[in-house]
Design a protein around this ligand. Structure first.
Ligand SMILES: N[C@@H](CCC(=O)N[C@@H](CS)C(=O)NCC(=O)O)C(=O)O
Length: 206
């Protein structure tokens, strides 16, 4: 079986999730960089793999798979030995719900294309940053209330919500959101960042 190829961008938080998950599960990946800064994702080269023109995309023998959470769950189905989700249906649903606070409600409204659209409508950098802070804070506030619940987020073993949290904390720091209202999330992120799979997946400019 050939090694799957991850089309990613070093600063993409959705790609960062997949790199973490692959590391935790011991899935070997080759990576191809799609430079969002130079609009490589909009050049047409990615269209056959992902008509959405977003990264990450996992290219494997079966074909192309998009959406970071779908990729992570595909890894989980293929390699169940080190699960990212628990077996119990209620606990699985709870963990998916936490991950989706970030993946479905925070990340999409802070994505590059949304920020570009805001700028094209005349919003300046301060307004765009304020927009991002609003939605990141809303998600973090909800997650902080659940953080430290060992069954769901920040337990002894990094699970799906942790995999999604760490890249969002990276983004929050990058865009200078004040994280002091979320001490439990910060502690969880720092603990995870020290783990080899998270450290190896961390954004690094090539
Ligand atoms: N829901 C998708 C989101 C993918 C996504 O939005 N990726 C970003 C990078 S983190 C991207 O390619 N943005 C390009 C753009 O907005 O033009 C996933 O989880 O994979």
């Amino acid at each position: 079986m050939s090694v799957p190829v991850l089309h990613d961008y070093w600063r993409s938080s959705a790609s960062y999730r997949v790199r973490i998950g692959a590391g935790l599960k011991g899935v070997a990946l080759e990576t191809v960089s799609v430079d969002l800064r130079t609009d490589a994702h909009l050049s047409g080269a990615l269209d056959a793999l992902n008509p959405q023109r977003l990264v990450p995309v996992l290219e494997c023998e079966e074909g192309a798979l998009t959406q970071s959470l779908a990729i992570l769950e595909y890894f989980d189905d293929l390699y169940p030995e080190r699960p990212l989700l628990p077996g119990d249906p209620w606990a699985r649903a709870q963990q998916r719900a936490l991950a989706q606070i970030i993946a479905c409600d925070v990340h999409p409204v802070c994505n590059l294309r949304v920020l570009r659209r805001l700028r094209s409508m005349g919003h300046d950098d301060a307004e765009v940053r304020s927009w991002m802070h609003t939605w990141m804070a809303a998600g973090f506030e909800a997650l902080e209330a659940r953080a430290g619940d060992a069954a769901f987020l920040g337990g002894d073993t990094a699970m799906l919500p942790d995999v999604v949290l760490v890249p969002q904390v990276y983004n929050a720091r990058r865009f200078e959101l004040d994280l002091t209202p979320y001490p439990r999330l910060v502690a969880i992120a720092e603990r995870c960042e020290a783990l080899p799979a998270f450290a190896q997946a961390a954004p690094r400019e090539p």
